[in-house]
Design a protein around this ligand. Structure first.
Ligand code: BGC
Length: 349
């Protein structure tokens, strides 16, 4: 079968290759791939900066934002042939650490977790894949191709849950949420926060265009420019850029008792625009919490699937700005200015 593979940490090794079909030991549910979303993590892996092959193997099948149709549900999954499913990304560490032991693999303590398409388990960019029944999430059939947005939605559902849990440490009635970065995660965060009834603001470096339109269609306010110039203090910020300056300004802009949730993974850059002690003292004096959030457990996947099912389909469809064939994987892995979510389609929905 065709698969998009990479030799992790080696540049220029991504390729479409024929590999053998997955073995039943990889999961009793056999799935035909429909589509796989591409995100910054895939690009990093393709550039040789991140990623790990399964132990004893040279290559990793890429892809962690899946969508597929069940070919064979196996003996005990409760799924039916032709059900639309998405695969959970992370697996608990084998020790297991206390968090993995209770199903919170997203909070793994020892870093020995594995992740499909990222860390030591093959991903979903192959014509067929297998999954363990307990890691297959059934998708509302009316979502169709939009089911491919479930993985980034699960990441958002966790980040928002974290903010809600932390907020409850004191009397808290959040009204205003700022999202920095209008990529898929940022826009999905804006969508879900609107479902919560918050006043949503989204800031991105582009001045207008489809991202700004999407925010306005939600009833949110779009800003370009810098966080420090905003004329209000948000109750919570979901930071999706991973850019040092945006992070530093977010911490200084957040309102008293407010929470900055860091959900973007960035590297390097020119450092904080402000002195770290000044950033810290503003957090101390205003009881702020700065929290990192990565990945998602089953609770978040469930919640994300509920939010997606409630969302406006035509709005969600505009998040998918490019659909590529597996043969055009190099194009799919290249970021273009108007991209929001690029999807590689393996078969008809
Ligand atoms: C994925 C997460 C994963 C993280 C770190 C992200 O792109 O969405 O599921 O935990 O990368 O590997």
């Amino acid at each position: 079968m065709k698969a998009i593979i990479v030799e992790p940490k080696k540049t220029g090794t991504v390729r479409l290759e024929n590999i053998s079909e997955p073995q039943p030991k990889e999961g009793s549910v056999l799935v035909r791939a429909v589509a796989v979303g591409v995100c910054g993590t895939d690009v990093e892996i393709a550039e040789g900066k991140y990623g790990w092959a399964p132990q004893g193997q040279q290559y990793l099948v890429l892809g962690h934002e899946s969508l597929g149709r069940v070919i064979d549900p196996g003996p005990s999954s409760g799924l039916k042939k032709d059900d639309l499913v998405v695969g959970i990304v992370r697996r608990p560490d084998p020790v297991p650490c206390p968090n993995c032991a209770v199903g919170e693999w997203d909070m793994c303590r020892n870093g020995l977790y594995t992740e499909r398409g990222i860390k030591e388990i093959h991903g979903f960019m192959s014509e067929l894949w297998r999954i363990e029944p307990e890691y297959a999430i059934k998708v509302d059939p009316s979502l169709g191709l939009l089911g491919v947005l479930l993985e980034p939605s699960s990441v958002v559902a966790k980040a928002l849950e974290q903010v809600g849990l932390i907020g409850r440490r004191s009397f808290w009635e959040p009204k205003t949420l700022l999202v920095t970065g209008a990529g898929p995660v940022g826009l999905l965060a804006a969508l879900f926060a609107k479902i919560y009834g918050l006043d949503v603001h989204v800031l991105d470096r582009v001045e207008g265009g489809p991202k700004a339109d999407l925010v306005r269609e939600l009833g949110g306010t779009y800003h370009s420019g810098s966080v420090k110039d905003l004329k209000f203090e948000p109750d919570a910020i979901i930071e999706c850029t991973g850019v040092g300056q945006v992070i530093g300004e977010s911490i200084q802009k957040i309102g008293a008792n407010g929470i900055v949730c860091l959900a973007g993974i960035g590297h390097g850059g020119s450092g904080l625009s402000a002195n770290i002690a000044d950033v810290a003292s503003s957090a101390v004096l205003r009881n702020n919490v700065i929290v990192g959030s990565v990945n998602a457990n089953k609770r978040h996947w469930y919640r994300a699937s509920q939010y997606l099912a409630r969302a406006d389909r035509s709005w969600l469809m505009k998040l998918i700005t490019r659909i590529e064939k597996p043969e055009s994987f190099m194009n799919a892995l290249q970021r273009k200015p108007d991209d929001i979510k690029v999807v590689i389609q393996f078969s008809e929905i």
